[in-house]
Design a protein around this ligand. Structure first.
Ligand SMILES: [Ca+2]
Ligand SMILES: [Ca+2]
Length: 100
């Protein structure tokens, strides 16, 4: 029966779609907030710096949040950006959130 097969394919597509939506939502990190506590402060600089020095690598959401300039790597540039934000020199501009 072709219809049954199509329904199964549709179900799989919907499930994959909802999984993607969950991932997208989880991806809404605050850039610079490395420890994910909703505020950007000196702790986040320390965490990002420890990652850059390979002392304590970040992963997942933390890694995403630490990549402030979103160039795919967390390095001293990102640490500098977080530091500038904390010192009140240059605020980190958060990307526009997807509107629903
Ligand atoms: Ca934080
Ligand atoms: Ca970066």
């Amino acid at each position: 029966m072709k219809f049954k097969k199509l329904t199964a394919a549709l179900c799989a597509a919907v499930m994959a779609g909802s999984m993607f939506a969950t991932t997208a939502f989880a991806g809404n990190v605050m850039y610079g907030d490395v420890d994910l506590n909703k505020s950007i402060n000196v702790t986040d600089i320390v965490k990002a710096a420890a990652h850059v020095k390979s002392k304590k690598p970040l992963e997942g959401e933390e890694l995403k949040a630490a990549d402030v300039n979103q160039d795919g790597v967390v390095n001293i540039t990102d640490v500098g950006l977080i530091a500038a934000h904390v010192k009140g020199k240059k605020a980190i501009v958060q990307p526009a959130r997807a509107k629903k």
